[in-house]
Structure formats: C-alpha cells, structure tokens
Design a protein around this ligand. Structure first.
Ligand code: C5J
Length: 235
C-alpha cells in the first residue's frame, strides 16, 4: 500500500490497485507556434513549462513498465466525426480541417496532430484518437482500461479546464480513482487551471484528487506492485 500525499487527502494505491498514466493531448496543435492553439490567439509557451515535469513522470512509468496512455484530439480527414457545433465554434483565423502551417488542423496523421517529440509514445503505449474533449467520448478507452484491470488514473496534459477536466469527470463517473497532477497540466488561462484544481478536490474530492509530481514520484518510486500490461499499444 502506497499513500501519495495529495489534496483533499492522501491518495491510496493498494496492492490491488492498477495505475496508468493518462496523458491528454500533448500535441503540436496545442503546444507549438503555428498550431491550433496559437491560431486561436493563445500564448502556447505557457503550456510548455510543464514538459520536463511530465517527462520525469513518463520516465518513472516507463522504467517500471507501467501503462502509459496518450490521447490526441483529432478528426478523420472527411470530418465525419466532427459535430457541426464543434466545427462552427472552433474557428478563429483558421478552423478544424483547414490547412495551417503544420498541415490540416486537428486532423489525424497531420504534422500538427503529432505528440510533441519530447513525449512521443514508444512501442507498447496506447494512443487514443478522440474526437471530443473527453477521452471516453466515441473511443475505446473504457474497454482498454477495463480489459487491463486499471483502477487508478494519474492524469496529466492540456488544457486543464477543457480536455483534462472533461476526461477526469468522465473517468470519475465510471468509477476510476483519478489524481490530477498539478504541475503536469497547464492551461492558456492560469486562473482556469487554478479553478479546475480547486473544483476537482472540493467537497471531499468530488471529482478526485490533485497532487504534485514530486509527491507522486517519491511515493511511486518505492512502489513495486506489478501493474497490468495494456495490450493495445502503438507500433
Ligand atoms: C482544447 C484540449 N482546449 N485538449 N483542447 O480545445 O483541451
């Protein structure tokens, strides 16, 4: 049994718990100049500050051979999985499906849709392509987690109040024990990040826990319980 120091109280990982690191949308479209986030008028450099922290967590999970799941917000080239409402409300100078400096925006397989090189998935890690903000909407994430007996999700990525929070709420409603990693998530709006952290852990952890990467790494480095192999990985 491991207790990770967290809010609103310590996050318990028992010998029967199975943890995965769930990394949301660390894709060029949101983190690099010329991507979707930039085109919408955001300062993308704000999101990059946590990349070294997330890399340390990734190294811990990879070193222990624990499951890592990445998500990508993206659509099919014909946009058949993009609701008209989302298409209409995600338009700045350019919008979903338009050609930008890194290829078609938020389209699977385009350069801008790739995970940033520092965090690129390795063989055996799952990559979920998701058309929604939440990673459970129209994806096979839930069945992958259930098949692998994963019970606990340590959640990181961008942006805190949009895809990260939506995914955490979806996971919480499905019974997963979720901890949002405070310094491995970022928003273009610092006040939205702060509000999300507070909302998640309010009322005794209504959506889950929040905790720091240092506390997670300290506690989990000593944890030796085998974690499940997630059997649907990328090549
Ligand atoms: C947004 C995301 N913000 N990954 N996507 O549109 O949070």
């Amino acid at each position: 049994m491991v207790l990770i120091s967290a809010q609103p109280y310590d996050y318990p990982v028992t010998d029967n718990s199975h943890c995965a690191l769930l990394i949301i949308d660390m894709q060029r479209d949101f983190l690099e100049p010329g991507g979707f986030g930039d085109i919408l008028g955001n300062d993308v450099s704000q999101l990059r500050v946590m990349v070294p922290t997330l890399k340390r967590l990734l190294e811990l999970f990879r070193g222990k051979q624990w499951p890592v799941i990445h998500t990508l917000e993206c659509h099919r080239p014909d946009l058949s999985d993009c609701p008209q409402s989302k298409y209409n409300r995600s338009r700045g100078e350019l919008g979903i499906g338009d050609v930008g400096p890194m290829g078609r925006i938020l389209i699977a397989g385009e350069l801008g849709n790739a995970i940033i090189p520092e965090l690129a998935p390795i063989a055996g890690e799952v990559v979920i392509e998701k058309p929604g903000k939440g990673a459970f909407c129209n994806t096979n994430l839930e069945s992958i987690l259930r098949q692998s007996n994963i019970t606990h999700l340590l959640i990181a990525g961008v942006t805190t109040e949009v895809c990260v929070q939506t995914t955490m709420r979806e996971a919480n409603d499905r019974g997963f024990e979720c901890l949002l990693i405070e310094d491995a998530t970022e928003s273009y709006f610092p006040e939205f990040k702060q509000a999300t952290l507070e909302m998640v852990r309010a009322q005794g952890g209504i959506v889950g826990w929040t905790g720091s990467s240092a506390d997670i790494i300290a506690a989990m480095s000593a944890h030796s319980s085998p974690q499940p192999v997630v059997n649907i990985g990328c090549e």
